[in-house]
Structure formats: C-alpha cells, structure tokens
Design a protein around this ligand. Structure first.
Ligand SMILES: Cc1cc2nc3c(=O)[nH]c(=O)nc-3n(C[C@H](O)[C@H](O)[C@H](O)COP(=O)(O)OP(=O)(O)OC[C@H]3O[C@@H](n4cnc5c(N)ncnc54)[C@H](O)[C@@H]3O)c2cc1C
Length: 375
C-alpha cells in the first residue's frame, strides 16, 4: 500500500520525535517510521541531563541554552516533564579549580548563569559527596528529563496534530528521481513524499547510503548503571574534564571512563559513563561496570554499597568534528538531523525546531559541505 506524506521522518528517537512534533505543529502531514518501538535506540540507554555548562565554546552554550528554553515551552505546549534541578561540574584537585574557572568564563560568555562553589558550599548543597572534593561549578539553568518519556510524549502530541507513527517498520530504501527524493520503501509498503528527514542516530550512515550520501556518523558506545539507591543526590553532576577524551577515535583510556551521576525522575540514579568505538556491540562488560562503580564511589562514597538495578548500553551518534549535522544534504528534499553524540537529549527541541524552520523555508542550512551532495 502506498501512503503519502509531506514529510517522512526516519527514526523514533528523541531527535526524530522532536522533528515530527515541530513539523506537525507547522501543519505538515508527517509520517514517522521507526523500525522498533519509539525510543528503542539511544534514548532507552541514555541519561537525561539537559546539560549547558560543559561546552567547549560560548556558541555551543548558547545553543544548549536555547534548547533548554524550548523545553520550558514543551512543558506548557506538549506536557513534557522537566525537573529544574540545576547541575554541577566537580573539582577533585587544585588544577580542576582553574579548569572550572575557564569553563565558567565560557558558560557566562554563552549566556548561562553559573556560580563557582567552594568545598563547604558544595557539601551544603550535596551532603552525600566525598569530603575530598574541592568545589564545583553550579549551573541553575540545567535540568533533568526522562528521555523515553519525552519521546513518547512528543510522539503522542504529534499524533494529536495529525502525524502518523509507524513503529516496527524498517526503512529499506529511498527513491530519488531527477535528483530529488520521491518515495521511501519500508518493510510494510511505501510512502510517497518530497521530503525525508534522516534522524537515524548512530545508524544514519546506513540511511545516507540509501541516497548515495556519506553521512560521517559512527556509534560511540556508552554504559550506564541504574542503581536502586533513591535520593542519594539532588542534581546531576560530572567530573571536571568529562569530555576531555580525544576526538580522533583514540580515547586515552580504552573505555573512556569518566564520572557522571544523575538523579532520575523516578528517584533512582544513573551512574556512568564510558565512551568507546566498539561497533554496535550490545554486550555488557561486567569488569567495566565494576570499575565504573568504584570510580563513582570516589565522588559519592555511598555508591560503593548501592545495589545495581540494571546496566544499559547505548550508541551515541558520533561525528569526527564533534558537532551535530543538521540541514540539507544529498538529493533535493533530503534533510539530515543527526550526530548529536552525548548531547542529543539536550539539543532535541532546538533540532526539531530547526528542521521545521528549514522545511518551511524560514532558514537555510546545509548539514555537509556542498561538494558531498549528490543529485
Ligand atoms: C550512556 C549515554 C548517556 C547519555 N546521556 C545524555 C545526557 O545526559 N544528556 C544528553 O543530552 N544526551 C545524552 N546522551 C546522548 C543522547 O542519548 C543521544 O545523543 C540521543 O539519544 C540521540 O538521539 P537520536 O534520536 O539521534 O538517536 P536514537 O535514539 O538512536 O534514534 C535513532 C532511531 O532510528 C531508528 N532507525 C535506524 N535505522 C532505521 C531504519 N532503517 N528504519 C527505521 N528506523 C531506523 C533506530 O531504531 C532508532 O530508534 C547519552 C547517550 C548515552 C549512550
């Protein structure tokens, strides 16, 4: 059976659901195609920190902040739940203080409100933290969401606005005629359309290949522990230098282990995390899980005794330049919204809005250098 749509979105993760919502809100007839269930990709194995202060440049802080503001709108307009917790970057030793000071300058230049805390102020805020910590950077704009719940809420809202969600349906091909997208083929029929949004996360290069486009996204695997301990800390936190893992595919530690801990909406905690290039290997590495727990206990001692409820393994969509790819690329009508690596939850609302603005002709963006386009 052939269906028709103004726009087909491929992928029912947080990026695809945000795109479907904003496109449907603009009045487009949207079909979202997801090969599994909604939120069965990275969202199901992800933390939910809307993180603003740990960016490398002020422009990236501003983008994260803009997306955080859109989350506030989504609370009103779509019923998304956001916990306004604030967040912390922790200093373990003297040298980290200087790192946090520089990070504070970048965050402030990008428009974020951040406060530098000494050790005693930090322990007032979070008594469960190790007494050895020297201080922290505190950003009150940050918050926490439940990524699968955000996906499902946006998908439901998109349906209410007229979108069709086709789960358990694999996109197998994209037809191009005279240099423009005309149709997608799936495991359950075809959809005729003039616009396709690739929101395939770590699988986006496979979708790009369907139109002869090389999308430079590879999976960057991450483990997260979910603990039974409730109410251990009130806000998400990570160690200074969390992202200081070389971007060229050769992490300093083979598993890229760094401390991050986030209270969940349901009161449990996420403890992470790791960054590895290991293809789509979904196996849990138990030695690594033990190392994660031991490393986290240096920051929050109670973690050493906490029972592990489960461990998730997910695939961040990594790009060599470390930036998301959002815009037109390849044949006419093909739009890319992928490559968010470790900030897809943070940037989902902004990405969805940018894609809707692009499709409506309100902005013009190219995701890849023009010479990489085909058709
Ligand atoms: C351990 C970990 C912790 C993280 N913590 C945070 C955090 O705290 N804050 C933050 O901002 N970000 C975080 N992230 C990053 C964030 O989870 C990702 O950037 C984001 O979820 C990517 O969303 P996506 O929609 O692009 O990809 P996905 O959620 O992977 O969605 C892509 C979807 O496309 C579907 N698909 C692929 N191919 C096809 C096809 N041919 N046909 C149909 N469907 C297809 C897949 O099934 C999948 O559901 C974390 C990630 C990990 C792994």
């Amino acid at each position: 059976m052939t269906q028709t749509a103004d726009v087909v979105v491929i992928g029912g993760g947080i990026i695809g659901c945000a795109c479907a919502y904003y496109l449907a809100r603009d009045g487009h007839r949207v079909v979202l195609v997801e090969r599994g269930e909604i939120a069965s990709g990275a969202a199901s194995a992800s933390g939910g920190w809307v993180v603003i202060q740990n960016k490398e440049t002020p422009d990236r802080v501003s983008l994260a902040l803009a997306s955080r503001r859109l989350y506030d709108d989504l609370v009103e307009d779509a019923g998304v739940q956001v916990l306004a917790t604030g967040g912390l970057i922790l200093a373990t030793r003297g040298g980290d203080g200087q790192t946090l000071h520089q990070q504070a300058d970048v965050a402030r230049a990008g428009g974020a409100v951040v406060e530098e805390l000494d050790g005693s102020r930090l322990h007032e805020l979070e008594p469960a933290l190790s007494a050895d910590l020297m201080g922290a950077l505190h950003c009150t704009d940050e918050g926490v969401v439940d990524p699968p719940a955000v996906c499902r809420t946006l998908a439901r809202r998109a349906i209410a606005l007229g979108a069709i969600i086709r789960a358990d349906t694999v996109v197998t091909g994209i037809e191009v005629d005279h240099g423009r997208v005309t149709k997608i083929t799936t495991s359950k029929g075809t959809v005729a359309t003039r616009t396709v949004v690739c929101a395939g996360g770590a699988w986006s290069s496979q979708i790009g290949a369907m139109v002869g486009l090389e999308i430079p996204v590879t999976p960057r695997r991450g483990h997260l522990i979910v603990t039974e301990v409730e109410g251990m800390v009130r806000r998400p936190m990570l160690e200074a230098g969390y992202l200081a893992i070389p971007d060229d595919g050769r992490p300093d530690d083979p598993h890229g282990l760094r401390f991050i801990l986030q209270p969940r909406v349901d009161g449990r905690c996420f403890i992470g995390s790791t960054r590895e290039f290991a293809g789509f290997d979904q196996d849990v590495n138990l030695d690594l899980v033990r190392r994660m727990q031991a490393h986290a206990a240096r920051f929050v001692p109670a973690v050493a005794q906490s029972a592990i409820a489960r461990v998730t393994v997910g695939f961040r969509p990594y790009t060599p330049g470390g930036r998301p790819l959002i815009g037109r690329a390849g044949p006419e009508g093909f739009v890319v919204a992928t490559g968010h690596e470790g900030e897809g939850v943070t940037l989902a609302p902004l990405t969805g809005k940018m894609v809707a603005d692009l499709v409506a002709g309100r902005v013009h963006l190219h995701a890849l250098p023009v010479q990489e386009r085909v058709g």
